[in-house]
Ligand binder design. Structure first.
Ligand SMILES: [Zn+2]
Ligand SMILES: [Zn+2]
Length: 710
């Protein structure tokens, strides 16, 4: 799932530095390097995990009201739209990356981890839920009342802007806090759901002991999970709201833990401690001046403040202000807070006491509770809950009653279309993974040749590997040709060892890395050759394989892929090791007897290809899970990832043979034959294939193959 973020508007052209390769819709490749763009286009990264783009002069603030220019770096696709005012620059960024950036910049890294997780879920829901879309404008004011509320105006060409108007977003420019990154990863894809729909996850700083319902702050709609309830008060909700506001009962958000407050509120100072219960005092004249300045209504010195309607938390949403020259009714809660303060009153949950002031002037004492609108999650209460050991799910369930936390349920789609495979494409399906390994070997031998300045030996060795390529068209010769790569392996490793002899430092390290990588690639070739041998014409299609062997085979394949990445990413050692450069890869293998699994011999190839594909289309930091299990119905193979996902309209198409990635890079699984082969093999054994995927929400491929009859 992507988020479209508006970066700039009204440009005559855009100068951008591509840090990595990109493709435009015509399939032309651009970058790395600087380009000048002056028309509509979409540049998609060839490798979304590593490519980024930099804009030198991002004026922070769409509409240019904030003149600060700085170089900012973004990941994802760069999209230019032509509008009357000029070019609009949009960044299509994976949802998870966007949320990481936002949680990093909006939440202090020292927050309790469960609070950060709750915010990651809220941030995703805020982006994809109803709040980001619908703004109900206030009705024209009836009977002279100033009833107003404020929603976020929607943007026409993108979901959010990069400015404070929506959420401040600076791509990769701002340091990502590891704590925020971990919170986002631990809650990957999770949103707040109610009845299968993404929730409007509102929050404020402190409810004051009772949370508020939606309609007190915005339009008169009833939102079933934005309702009022006690925030950890003892006993039921108080019947006398005025007495409740004058009292200071124990609640989650009634905390004097200044150390905790300093950890959760950026820029918190000790003066801001009185948010649970607070007092503000105004003289009648001073208040009249405020009302005139803030509302544009000159009532003269104020004579009375009269709450006409309160929400269940005590927040006033209709307030009559009477002055010497007239009166006005103001609402809803934000407008009341705006009218009665130079900035914003903490909340509209207050009682009014009148006292005699100096020189006979009346003084108004506002005794209030809470900070903000009080609807939904109470940030300070949630922080206290997290400190007391509540998990983020419990915290969210408390503040949004009736909701659940989960991924937006995606439909699972069965792949039923024709594959249209001829003999040649079938042969390619059989051998493409060997071809890939041979290609890697040739490429890396070339690298070593460049490194040590020995093109002659490199060319000779590459020629010997290419002989293996040539044999792949012919099933008879393939296995024999692959057997010969054993000798090439020894020659290659001896060559590298000789070149490295007596050398130290970075060159030697690089050579050692290449040697390990090439040795690993040759091992994979040997394994593939053995598999091809087992699948030779006339042999049993089903084989019994030890679970441990299947697991080792998969692990070996991933170790080889990891080595070939030459340090760009790594495989995490376990669930606790989740650095931003590490993939968590889990193999869940089981059989009926716990030892041996019966499977079509070719299926191991399928598992490996699907898993390698899943890795390729998942950014480092993501997770992969491979399930291979035997049950009463047969074999279940499931490969799921937390990667880029596939747009729904392309799911059926990506399994077609030779389907390449779309030029705009939106197609996730193109360019490989993994899915085509998986479908072909499943069908050949009477099985079925399903894909569950959506952009940004990852992909799950499920294959079921019945046990062979008899
Ligand atoms: Zn905006
Ligand atoms: Zn609270």
């Amino acid at each position: 799932m992507n988020v479209s973020v508006g970066l700039l508007e009204g440009l005559p052209f855009l100068e951008v530095e591509l840090l990595g390769g990109f493709v435009d819709p015509s399939g032309a490749q651009l970058g790395p390097g600087r380009v000048r763009l002056d028309s509509e286009t979409t540049l998609s990264p060839l490798d979304p995990a590593t490519a980024s783009f930099a804009i030198d002069s991002v004026t922070i603030g769409i509409g240019f009201h904030w003149e600060r220019k700085e170089r900012q770096v973004f990941r994802g696709a760069l999209r230019l739209l032509r509008r009357e005012s000029g070019l609009t620059v949009v960044n299509d960024v994976p949802l998870e990356e966007y949320v990481t950036s936002v949680v990093s910049s909006e939440m202090s890294a020292t927050c309790p981890p469960e609070l950060l997780k709750a915010h990651a879920v809220i941030s995703r829901s805020w982006l994809k839920g109803p709040a980001a879309r619908a703004v109900v404008p206030p009705p024209p004011s009836a009977s002279g009342e100033l009833l107003r509320w404020y929603g976020r105006e929607a943007h026409a060409d993108f979901e959010v802007c990069a400015d404070d108007h929506c959420q401040r977003y600076q791509g990769l420019t701002k340091a990502i806090s590891p704590a925020a990154a971990e919170a986002v990863r631990a809650t990957a894809g999770e949103m707040l759901l109610y009845g299968g729909e993404v929730c409007d996850a509102r929050f404020s700083k402190c409810c004051g002991g009772l949370t508020e319902q939606y309609a007190t702050a915005w339009d008169d709609a009833e939102v079933p999970y934005l309702v009022s309830f006690p925030d950890g008060l003892e006993g039921p909700a108080p019947a006398d709201l005025e007495a409740f506001l004058r009292d200071s009962p124990a609640a989650f958000c009634n905390t004097a833990d200044t150390a905790l407050l300093a950890r959760i509120l950026p820029g918190f100072d000790q003066e801001t401690r009185d948010f649970y219960r607070w007092t503000v005092t105004y003289g009648a004249g001073e208040l009249g001046g405020l009302v005139a300045a803030r509302l544009g209504v000159d009532l003269g010195p104020i004579a009375a403040l009269e709450p006409l309607a309160r929400g269940p938390s005590g927040r006033i949403f209709r307030l009559r202000i009477t002055g010497e020259r007239g009166d006005v009714v103001v609402g809803k809660e934000l407008e009341i807070r705006r009218a009665l303060s130079r900035s914003h009153l903490y909340s509209s949950a207050f009682v009014v006491d009148r006292e005699p002031g100096s020189a006979g002037e009346t003084r108004f004492v506002l005794r209030g509770a809470g900070w903000g609108h009080g609807v939904g999650l109470c940030q300070i209460g949630a922080a206290v809950m997290a400190e007391r050991g509540f998990g983020y799910r419990a915290i969210l369930a408390h503040y949004y009653p009736g909701t659940s936390v989960g991924a937006v349920p995606l439909p699972e789609r069965e792949i039923t279309g024709p594959l249209d495979l001829d003999a040649r494409s079938l042969r390619l399906l059989e051998t493409h993974s060997i071809l890939n390994v041979l290609n890697v070997v040739v490429l890396r031998i070339g690298d070593v040749g460049d490194l040590v300045g020995d093109a002659v030996t490199a060319d000779a060795l590459m020629a010997r590997v290419r002989a293996g390529h040539a044999a792949l068209d012919d099933p008879e010769r393939t296995v024999a040709a692959l057997a010969k790569t054993r000798e090439v392996r020894d020659a290659v490793l001896a060559w590298i060892a000789a070149a490295g002899e007596g050398r130290t430092g970075p060159l030697r390290e690089e050579l050692d890395l290449h040697a390990a990588n090439l040795a690993s690639a040759f091992d994979v070739l040997a394994t593939r050759a053995a598999e091809l041998g087992r699948r030779a014409p006339g042999s049993e299609p089903w084989v019994g394989r030890a679970l441990a062997e299947v697991r080792e085979n998969l692990s070996e394949a991933f170790r080889a892929i990891e080595r070939n990445a030459l340090g760009r990413w790594r495989i995490a050692a376990g669930a606790g090791d989740r650095g931003p450069d590490a993939y968590l890869i889990e193999f869940d293998l089981s059989s009926r007897d716990g030892k041996t699994l019966a499977l079509p011999a070719v299926l191991e190839d399928v598992v490996r290809d699907l898993a390698a594909n899943a890795r390729k289309y998942t950014a480092p930091g993501g997770a992969l899970r491979v399930t291979l299990a035997e049950d009463g119905d047969g074999l279940l193979l499931r490969v799921s990832d937390t990667g880029r996902g596939i747009p729904e309209e392309e799911i059926e198409e990506v399994v077609r043979f030779g389907r390449r990635g779309r030029p705009d890079g939106r197609n996730q699984l193109g360019g490989g034959y993994g899915l085509t082969k998986a479908c072909h093999v499943a069908r050949a054994f009477g099985g079925r294939v399903w894909i569950r995927s959506a952009p940004g929400a990852g992909t799950t491929v499920t294959i079921r193959i019945p046990h062979p009859a008899g």
